[in-house]
Ligand binder design. Structure first.
Ligand code: NAD
Ligand code: MG
Length: 298
């Protein structure tokens, strides 16, 4: 799918609308198996040097919103390390090729962020390989819809908090000592932090935690010259959703509930990550930015 990032058009009709086919796949889902194929900006995102020379670590950089951010960062001039799970190597390889095609460095480092030791090692290796680390985009996340609290296990509750909240804490903690003045941290929350769905009893509060954590951290690290901001997406067309983030009947109508009447495509989220990463947003920290298809945040 191609789309001119700057071409004026009606956003309602810019991308596919429901209905979508049911398409179950195991967790973690692969972007290569999502139908219709998501747009991560592969053919459309055009950079203009906004992140020249920057050194970025993007978790969840293999697919979805993280892939779109990683591609955009590279097209804006950054070298990028992406993290993902070993089962996602084929998606990651596509991203690495796209970044290398820009003449930027791309390094894939797979591993499970539920381990604090791995988070520490990832940050250390990323800053060694890139010779610096001045941009951390925490995009990795886990979401599994469960209809009733009686079926929500402690194991799932734990795993969702470990992936979405603890890993983000461990990565920020490990990265900050490496980060020079002017660095930027971007954490990925969700509209679920503000308007929680009944089926996301574990996931929604992880996203509220990310908002509060990021706001507190922004005040703590500003004296070091580091900014921390939050992106809160609405429904985006990614493997997270199609591989169990929603039930398959919700996938058929995915995005119909927002005023835009369609899901966002990952490419539509990338510009806000670029803006928050770059020095253009120098006076902005501790803020949450909705990319919600019109379901406005409070
Ligand atoms: P995605 O499946 O493409 O990306 C999520 C990524 O998280 C995976 O690619 C995987 O690499 C990574 N991940 C999951 N568990 C991991 C683990 N234990 N260790 C290492 N990596 C792990 O889906 P996406 O929708 O692009 O998700 C990206 C972020 O956006 C997530 O934080 C998600 O909560 C958030 N978000 C998504 C939507 C949406 O509708 N798609 C809406 C709001 C927020
Ligand atoms: Mg993935």
């Amino acid at each position: 799918m191609g789309n001119n990032q700057f071409g004026m058009q009606n956003p309602l009709h810019q991308y596919p609308q429901p209905e979508f086919p049911q398409q179950p796949q195991p967790v973690p889902g692969l972007a290569s198996k999502v139908q219709p194929v998501p747009d991560h900006g592969e053919t459309s995102y055009k950079g203009s040097g906004r992140l020249a020379g920057r050194k970025a670590l993007v978790t969840g950089g293999d697919s979805g919103i993280g892939r779109a951010a990683a591609i955009a960062f590279a097209r804006e001039g950054a070298d990028v390390v992406i993290n993902y799970l070993p089962q996602e190597q084929s998606d990651a390889d596509e991203v690495i090729s796209l970044i290398e095609a820009e003449g930027r460095r791309a390094i894939g480092m797979s591993g499970d962020l539920k381990s604090e030791a791995f988070c520490q090692e990832l940050v250390k290796q990323a800053s060694t390989e890139l010779a610096c680390l001045d941009l951390l985009a925490n995009v990795a996340g886990r979401q599994k819809a469960i209809a009733d609290i009686s079926e929500l296990t402690t194991e799932q509750f734990d795993e969702t908090f470990k992936t979405n909240v603890y890993a983000l804490f461990w990565l920020c903690k490990a990265a900050i000592p490496f980060m020079p003045e002017g660095s930027s941290i971007i954490n990925t929350a969700s509209i679920q932090a503000y308007q929680p769905s009944p089926t996301l009893l574990d996931y929604a509060p992880t996203k509220s935690a990310i908002v509060a954590f990021s706001k507190a951290l922004s005040k703590q690290v500003l004296p070091k010259g580091i900014r921390v901001n939050i992106v809160a997406p609405g429904p985006f067309w990614t493997p997270l959703q199609t591989s169990g983030g929603q039930t398959q009947d919700v996938i058929e109508d995915f995005g119909s509930e927002v005023p835009m009447k369609r899901p966002g495509q990952p490419a539509e989220c990338a510009p806000i990550y670029v803006f928050l990463a770059s020095q253009e947003s120098s006076y902005i920290t501790g803020e949450s930015f909705g990319v919600t298809g019109g379901n406005t945040l409070p």
